[in-house]
Design a protein around this ligand. Structure first.
Ligand code: NOJ
Length: 535
């Protein structure tokens, strides 16, 4: 396997199992489907896969509504398939990261079913957040769910339970030691089955305080938490400082315990990465203190404009904040919750940004399909499945666009993904974006990713920090070049719509698009493109 610790500057490929490859012709991807495509994954040059949830689930929130965290949903296969996937990944020197969902269970989990059948104040209800209604019959507080609508649902005897997400996702009460014990059992279960790490869903949300206190502006807060709602950034940041249910100190105690559990597996290098949307950004570093988790996602690049000032700030801040706790940053341009980067900033820009990011220190996360330059799928409302769409009565379209299955081969939709009708339609317009097609085209996005990841491994992993070049220009909006050197490589990104000269020394080894020319001893970087030079 790779040099120790394996995760530090790994490239991690996120697989949304339902959308990767369907091995049994039911229109949905599954674990044997992933196993059958591991050679492709390996050929990308990534070090690990992160699997979004494949556990037993009624699938009201794409599997993030877990009914049994220690079993596989039959739609995805069974535990034997999970074991085989891990074995086959390890044979190819690929690590496996599982997604753990500790903030909530599905309402179909046996604990919640038992809570529904039990009395108020019972130990079954104590595992969740059950409270009586206010005297006027209203819910215990005015919080709004992150998927829209109230955060509370009433049960037959009049009590309400808290759900920060869908009503089918009751929040767990982490003050209850049984909850902690059950999750430790789950962590051990998957480590014993062979996984190498965990992505922790809603890692910042486990501890709730002030549950009986109203928020002064619940709708404003709800908007501030939504990436798809435009808002003045000062207003948003001020509201984000007031979230009553995220980033409480108590979460860190949980992760300190988990860290001990991970470290007790000597010789295994078990890692964990936190999904923690916290504000101000410095708070994220608390999750990666030496006795807590290994990585925390930096989500800034999921929303950042393709602008030199913005990108300079995001990169600089993330590197320097992480350095304060001796951690390295993470970089992600797309995931299953956000619009695909090619749709958000444009195809050429997305390639340029990927090549820019692959040079940086830390771990790079790549969402399956990103390597192909896939845009968001175009969907009819009747295709949509995301609870956000339903809970907002269609006002917010939701995240299905990023979750459309991968096009593998052939000229006709569903492009080899399945022999049946896929769970979300794949547009015929993706004909040129299939893996088969891109493999045959040396100028494709797929080849860019493969080449870049190979060069990253050869020249950049472990190469230390970056030195910004052209830094005097970052302050000017019109400035088009963003450039740094790291080890023996100089990375130059031209963000503008016209070719730009730069002084970078060295030999061109990769460019994200177009051709780099030489003029009067200078290099000319094509519009919306990034180039690496080796000295
Ligand atoms: C974050 C996950 O990435 C998202 O898909 C899910 O809906 C929420 N957490 C709730 O689990």
């Amino acid at each position: 396997m790779n040099s120790s610790p394996w995760w530090k500057e790994a490239t991690i490929y996120q697989i949304y199992p339902r959308s990767f490859f369907d091995s049994n012709g039911d229109g949905e991807g599954d674990l044997p489907g992933i196993t059958s495509k591991l050679d492709y994954v390996k050929s990308l040059g990534v070090d690990a896969i992160w699997l979004s949830p494949f556990y037993t689930s009624p699938n009201k929130d794409g599997g993030y509504d877990v009914a049994n965290p220690r079993d596989v949903d039959p739609r995805f296969g069974n535990l034997e398939d999970a074991r085989e996937l891990i074995t086959q990944a390890h044979k190819r020197d690929l690590r496996v990261i599982a997604d753990i969902v500790p903030n909530h269970f599905s309402d179909q989990h046996e604990w919640f079913q038992a809570a529904l059948k039990s009395k108020r104040g019972s130990k079954e209800r104590e595992r969740f957040h059950f409270y009586d209604a206010n005297e006027d019959g209203t819910p215990p507080n005015n919080w709004i769910s992150l998927f829209g609508g109230p955060s509370w649902t009433q049960v037959e005897d009049g009590q309400f339970y808290l759900h920060l997400f869908d009503s089918t996702q009751p929040d767990l009460n982490w003050e209850n030691p049984e909850v902690n014990a059950d999750f430790e059992k789950t962590l051990r279960f998957w480590i014993d089955l062979g996984v190498d790490g965990f992505r922790i869903d809603v890692a910042h949300g486990l501890i709730k305080e002030d549950v009986l206190t109203n928020h002064p502006d619940p709708q404003g807060l709800s908007n501030a938490l939504r990436l798809d709602v435009a808002m003045d950034s000062e207003e948003r940041n001020a509201l984000l400082l007031t979230v009553p249910y995220f980033d409480r100190q108590g979460v860190h105690e949980i992760y300190r315990k988990w860290r001990k559990l991970f470290d007790s597996y000597t010789g295994r290098e078990i890692m964990a990465v936190a999904e923690a949307w916290v504000h101000p950004p410095v708070n994220a570093t608390r999750y990666v203190r030496a006795d807590e988790l290994h990585q925390v996602f930096n989500f800034d690049l999921l929303t950042a404009e393709f602008d030199s000032d913005v990108l300079f700030d995001v990169v600089e801040r993330s590197i320097s904040l992480n350095a304060t706790v001796n951690a390295l940053p993470t970089w992600a341009l797309s995931n299953h919750d956000s619009p695909r980067v090619a749709s958000r900033i444009g195809d050429e820009q997305a390639r340029a940004l990927a090549l820019f990011v692959f040079g940086l220190p830390g771990s790079a996360y790549v969402f399956a399909g990103q390597e192909l330059g896939l845009p968001d799928g175009q969907l009819q409302d009747s295709d949509r499945q995301d609870p956000t769409f339903f809970r907002t009565n269609g006002a917010i379209k939701g995240r299905d666009g990023a979750r459309v299955p991968l096009p593998w081969s052939g000229d006709t939709t569903p492009f080899g993904f399945s022999t049946a009708k896929p769970w979300l339609p794949i547009s015929q317009s993706w004909k040129d974006l299939t893996i088969e097609n891109e493999l045959a085209d040396p100028k494709s996005s797929l080849h860019l990713y493969k080449n870049a990841l190979e060069l990253r491994k050869e020249f950049l992993v472990g190469a230390g920090g970056i030195t910004w070049l052209e830094s005097s220009q970052h302050g000017h909006k019109n400035d088009s070049l963003l450039s740094y050197s790291r080890g023996s490589i100089t990375v130059v990104m031209n963000l503008s719509d016209s070719a730009k000269e730069c002084d970078a020394a060295g030999k061109l080894i990769i460019v994200s698009g177009g051709t780099v020319d030489a003029r009067d001893g200078k290099k000319v970087i094509p519009a919306r493109s990034t180039a690496w030079f080796l000295t």
